[in-house]
Design a protein around this ligand. Structure first.
Ligand code: C5P
Length: 234
C-alpha cells in the first residue's frame, strides 16, 4: 500500500482545532473553511459527545481529519481502539508516548493493518506539565523527557510527534525522520493558556511540519481570512 505523504511535500500544513462543545458550531466553522487550505482536528469533547458521526459529516465536506484522542492504555486495548479509529478513514491519530514502545508499536500495527496512508503520531509531554508537576512525578527536565519519548517514537517507526516548536531542537532530528505537529501557534501576543507561543513562520523555521491552531481561527470574525493569512506567512 502507498505510504503517507511526507510533510515536506505537503502544502496543507494548517490543522484547525475544532474545540467546540456542540456540533452546530463545529459544522458552521467548517463551512467557512476550505479543505484544500486546512485540515480539522476533532478532540475528546466533540468525539465523546457525537461519536464517529461527526467524523463522517466532516469527511462528507471533504476535510481530512486528525482524531486527537491521545490513547494511553495496555497495548492490546490501544491496538483495538486504533483499529476502530482508522476504519473511520481518518488522516491522523495520536497516542501518548508515555505508554511505551510496545503500546506505540501496537498502535502502528493497527494503522498498518487498516491503511498505511493514514498517520500515527505520539504525544510527548503535555504542555500543561510544568517543572513542579514533573518533579512531583520524579521526572527530569522537560527537554530530557521529550528527547527520551521521541526515541520511543522513532524506534517504533511512527510518523511524528506532538510537541512545542521549542522542543524540536532537543530532539535529534538528524537521527530520525519524525514529523513535528505543533500547537501553541499565535499571530499576536495573546498566549491564552500556552506557556510559550510561536508565530507560524517561526514554528516552521524551528522544524514544525504541521501547525495545530485553534482559537486564533475559531474565534475570528472571518476564519478563512486568517487561514489565508497564515498560508501566506508559511
Ligand atoms: O486554541 P489553541 O490554538 O490554543 O488550540 C490548541 C489546540 O492544541 C487544542 O485543541 C489543544 O487540545 C491542542 N494541544 C495539543 N497538544 C498540546 C497542547 C495543545 O494537541 N501539547
Amino acid at each position: 500500500m502507498e505510504e503517507a505523504v511526507n510533510s515536506n511535500f505537503d502544502s496543507n500544513k494548517i490543522i484547525v482545532a475544532l474545540d467546540y462543545n456542540n456540533k452546530e458550531q463545529a459544522l458552521e466553522l467548517s463551512e467557512k473553511l476550505d479543505p484544500s487550505y486546512c485540515r480539522l482536528k476533532i478532540g475528546k469533547q466533540l468525539f465523546t459527545k457525537y461519536g464517529p458521526k461527526i467524523v463522517d459529516e466532516l469527511h462528507a465536506m471533504n476535510f481530512e481529519i486528525f482524531l486527537d484522542l491521545k490513547f494511553h492504555d495496555i497495548p492490546i486495548t490501544v491496538y483495538k481502539a486504533c483499529m476502530e479509529a482508522y476504519k473511520l478513514g481518518i488522516w491522523m491519530l495520536n497516542v501518548h508516548l508515555l505508554g511505551g514502545k510496545e503500546m506505540v508499536s501496537a498502535a502502528k500495527e493497527a494503522r498498518d493493518m487498516v491503511n498505511k496512508k493514514s498517520k500515527i503520531i505520539g504525544v510527548t509531554l503535555l504542555t500543561s506539565h510544568n517543572e513542579e508537576s514533573m518533579s512531583h512525578l520524579g521526572m527530569n527536565t522537560r527537554a530530557d523527557i521529550v528527547k527520551k519519548l521521541s526515541v520511543i517514537a522513532s524506534d517504533s517507526k511512527i510518523d511524528g510527534v506532538v510537541c512545542s516548536p521549542g522542543d524540536i531542537s532537543s530532539i535529534n532530528t538528524s537521527k530520525n525522520s519524525l514529523e513535528f505537529i505543533t500547537p501553541g501557534i499565535r499571530l499576536s501576543n495573546d498566549s491564552n493558556d500556552h506557556s510559550k507561543i510561536y508565530t507560524p513562520s517561526i514554528a516552521l523555521d524551528l522544524g514544525s511540519s504541521y501547525l495545530v491552531i485553534g482559537r486564533p481561527i475559531t474565534e475570528a470574525k472571518d476564519p478563512m481570512s486568517i487561514v489565508e493569512k497564515i498560508k501566506l506567512m508559511i
